[in-house]
Design a protein around this ligand. Structure first.
Ligand code: GLY
Length: 326
């Protein structure tokens, strides 16, 4: 293994190993310009490894980022052992598994579904909302009706494991705020930069365990759980969605990159903003990952324990431990 590769493996971000040149943006601000590393993928938590593998196959064939992110997270949605996404997700307090997802392409088009029940692939429904309707977001019964009309089969999403945990929760003191890194361990968010230089992103989740019926988190909210701007970069979020929504977290990360911050620094500054807007920040987890237009990536969170999967033209698919505020 080359020295450079070893360094990348132990680094939070590849930013520091790629030569950067300060130059002037049109607005006069200094921005960083550097070697473009593409294709590139970054995704949340260890379920990201499998998702990246599927996405990489598409990017490796010169495929489009939008197809890669959809294909990647569909695998997570179909995995019954993952209890925070798709089949197997922990239910709300009534025992219903409800799914939130959104997707965004290089043109800035976006689609989203929220509070969707009994459908295996909310991310594909979100893409159909984006591509086949004049709308951005469908929720609840309307989203389900749309999914059924588009040929998605109706299925049971509640596994025995999640049902048993819910029944145990019913017999407990019934706390709604989930255990950090366990009951909100969490959204899969996947960002891709393809060989054409285009960015897309997807995120999908069953949301917070034991939530109030009707609750929608950050994941289907464009700008909160996901944002992509093909001129700048993309970001996606994980953790307690209410805190991410309050800070419009992923839009903020992208705007911070637009101002010249690296992907890593932008995630750190966004976590600081979340902290400043949420007095209870020590009790919650929020994490961001980001991928810039030039393949620079980063991630940061409040609590230790968050990690993310990265694969780039320079780096084999692997987990990176996120830096954390605590
Ligand atoms: N971040 C997922 C949720 O809060 O629903």
């Amino acid at each position: 293994m080359s020295d450079r590769r070893k360094f990348l493996k132990s680094s939070v971000s590849a930013v520091s190993v790629i030569p950067m040149i300060a130059c002037k943006a049109e607005n006069g601000n200094s921005v960083l310009s550097q070697e473009v590393v593409k294709p590139a993928l970054i995704s949340t938590w260890n379920h990201g490894i499998v998702a990246n593998n599927a996405a990489w196959k598409i990017l490796g064939d010169n495929g489009k980022a939008i197809d890669a992110v959809e294909a990647g997270v569909r695998l997570t949605e179909s995995d019954p052992t993952g209890q925070s996404v798709g089949i197997g997700g922990r239910p709300d307090m009534n025992g219903d598994v409800t799914l939130d997802a959104c997707i965004m392409n290089e043109k800035g088009d976006c689609g989203s579904v929220a509070y969707l029940k009994n459908i295996e692939h909310p991310i594909s429904v979100a893409r159909q909302v984006m591509e086949e309707t004049p709308h951005v977001m469908l929720v609840g019964d309307g989203a389900k009706q749309f999914a059924l009309e588009k040929g998605h089969p109706e299925i049971n999403l509640l596994t025995d494991q999640s049902k048993q945990e819910w029944q145990k929760w019913l017999e407990s003191e019934r706390k709604v705020l989930p255990k950090i890194n366990v009951e909100n361990h969490d959204t899969i968010g996947l960002l891709a930069l393809d060989s054409h230089g285009d960015l897309s992103g997807a995120c999908t989740t069953s949301g917070a365990a034991w939530k109030l019926p009707g609750r929608v988190g950050d994941s289907p909210i464009i700008g909160a759980g996901l944002y992509v701007d093909n001129e700048v970069g993309g970001a996606t979020a994980t953790g307690w969605g209410e805190a991410v929504i309050r800070a419009v977290g992923c839009f903020l990360v992208v705007e911070l990159m637009r101002q010249g911050n690296s992907a890593q620094r932008a995630c750190e500054l966004a976590v600081e903003r979340v902290i400043s807007k949420n007095p209870d920040w020590r009790e919650i987890q929020v994490g961001f990952i980001a991928l810039s237009k030039d393949g620079n990536y980063g991630g940061y969170c409040i609590q230790p324990g968050f990690d993310y999967a990265v694969q780039t033209a320079n780096l084999d698919n692997q987990m990176i431990k996120s830096g954390s505020r605590i």
